[in-house]
Write a protein that binds this ligand. Structure first.
Ligand code: ADP
Length: 447
């Protein structure tokens, strides 16, 4: 087992990882920018190293500084959290070259899944169902037209190097296709320095369903069921739940089994999430994230398994602590992402939190690094905390969520809490009857 882990992140996830390390008796080092000197993870860690000024590229994305911090403190492993360097293959390679363990998959696996065309090709080869579309990049408009005619309109043009919902264009007819291709290529070139695009069928009312997987790097793979993350705004998840209200046990076991086998065949190591669009009973792979997800606590709630413990264990060579048959699902869990944003326009609202009171009681978990008097710096993501609620079934979970939202107090800044108070009272949400476009339509109607 590791002696000392360096946590290369900030905010709630740095604290989340720190808690797991403490439980396992592992020493912790955190790195931080000058803007985060007063952050909770810095206060609670055994050691901290300031690695630069506020902008992420000079601190949390500065590989040299982070490697230097490992060497100064003698950390033998790095947990990257999510975002920042968590899916940076070069970072994983550099750490390996310094004999420091990256708590995550190999650089090569990150590389494969970071290139969407390569990821889709790999998924297909491993028996994972994919969205019908081009086999690889499309360079000729004529070729694009031929493929679109076969799969049928509407189609979506996506950037191979894409991420964060950028570089995607929908074409509803052949007349739109040329412009869509051109725009997607130039956007992708400008945003990612790579203008390769591919084409796939555009699904009109899908749900976003993702499967949590783990591999031991030696040919074993397991799944921890799915999460439904269909409630999104601008492709950003807002509310996540497990299990999905749309799946039955048979579908869950089927898609979970497909994913676990794929992970085993790939020789994948650590945590991963295989994301699908789900429509009319069919799953369509869209991408794989090779890291811990923001929404992992809903899976922890229904399985009772600490996924960060599991990541650390696998990375240290201890293998998986569970077999597939040990992973059971209990009840229902929902996560609300509390952002420092206007609840209607989603404009960031940094500033000082004058009062912070979190709900408690059975089935309530709050993951947050903020406190009364904390000043939210304007440089980073606006997520300030996550409320995760667990109940014996979805109805109990929703009742408890409504109560917890009433107790939650964040004064001094705007947050997304009022949006969640509206959502718990909505009939479609109560029935679990929503797709990936539901929230955008709901917000547009309220304007
Ligand atoms: P990114 O990495 O940029 O987030 P994804 O491939 O994960 O891109 O897709 C992001 C979102 O775009 C999906 O959650 C879904 O809302 C939409 N999307 C992607 N592909 C399709 C498709 N074939 N049909 C319909 N919507 C899609």
């Amino acid at each position: 087992m590791f002696q000392k882990i360096l946590i290369a992140n900030r905010g709630e996830i740095a604290l989340r990882v720190l808690r797991a390390c403490k439980e396992l008796g592992i020493q912790t080092v955190v790195v931080h920018s000058t803007a985060d000197a007063d952050a909770m993870h810095v206060r609670l860690a055994d050691e901290s190293v300031c690695i630069g000024p506020p902008p992420s590229r000079d601190s949390y994305l500065n590989i040299h500084q982070i490697v230097a911090a490992c060497e100064i403190t003698g950390a033998d492993a790095v947990h990257p959290g999510y975002g920042f360097l968590s899916e940076n293959a070069k970072f994983a390679d550099i750490l390996a070259a310094h004999n420091i363990t990256f708590i995550g998959p190999t650089g090569d696996h990150i590389r494969i899944m970071g290139d969407k065309i390569e990821a889709k090709r790999t998924a297909k080869r491993l028996g994972i169902p994919v969205v019908p579309g081009s086999d690889g990049a499309v360079t000729e408009d004529k070729e694009a037209k031929r493929i679109a005619a076969v799969i049928g309109y509407p189609v979506i043009i996506k950037a191979s190097a894409g991420g964060g919902g950028r570089g995607m264009k929908v074409a509803s007819s052949e007349a739109d296709l040329e412009v869509a291709l051109q725009t997607a290529r130039s956007e992708a070139g400008a945003a990612f320095g790579d203008d390769a695009v591919y084409i796939e069928k555009y699904l009109q009312k899908p749900r976003h369903i993702e499967v949590q997987v783990f591999g031991d790097g030696a040919g074993r793979g397991v799944h921890f069921g799915e999460r439904d993350c269909s409630l999104q705004r601008r492709h950003q998840k807002v509310w996540e739940e497990a299990p999905s209200p749309a799946l039955n046990a048979e579908e869950r076991a089927h898609i979970g089994g497909v994913c676990a086998r794929a992970i085993a065949d790939l020789g994948y190591s650590g945590a991963g999430t295989i994301e699908f669009l789900y429509e009319d009973g069919e799953f369509y792979f869209i991408e794989m994230n090779t890291r811990l997800q923001v929404e992992h606590p809903v899976t922890e709630a229904i399985t009772g398994i600490d996924l960060v413990h599991e990541q650390i264990r696998v990375a240290s060579g201890g293998g998986l602590s569970v077999r597939q048959e040990d992973i059971r699902f209990h009840g229902h869990a929902i996560e609300c992402r509390i952002n420092a944003e206007d609840p209607r326009t989603f404009t960031p609202s940094p500033g000082t939190i004058t009062h912070f009171h979190t709900p408690g009681g059975l089935g309530i978990r709050v993951d947050s690094g903020v406190y009364s008097g904390y000043k939210i710096p304007p440089y980073y993501d606006s997520l300030i905390g996550k409320l995760i609620v667990h109940g014996r079934n979805r109805v109990e979970c929703m009742m408890r969520l409504r109560r917890a939202l009433d107790e939650f107090v964040v004064d001094g800044i705007k947050t997304t809490l009022p949006l969640f108070r509206d959502l718990v009272g909505n009939a479609d949400i109560a029935n679990g009857d929503y797709d990936i476009h539901w929230l955008e339509k709901y917000l547009a109607e309220g304007e």
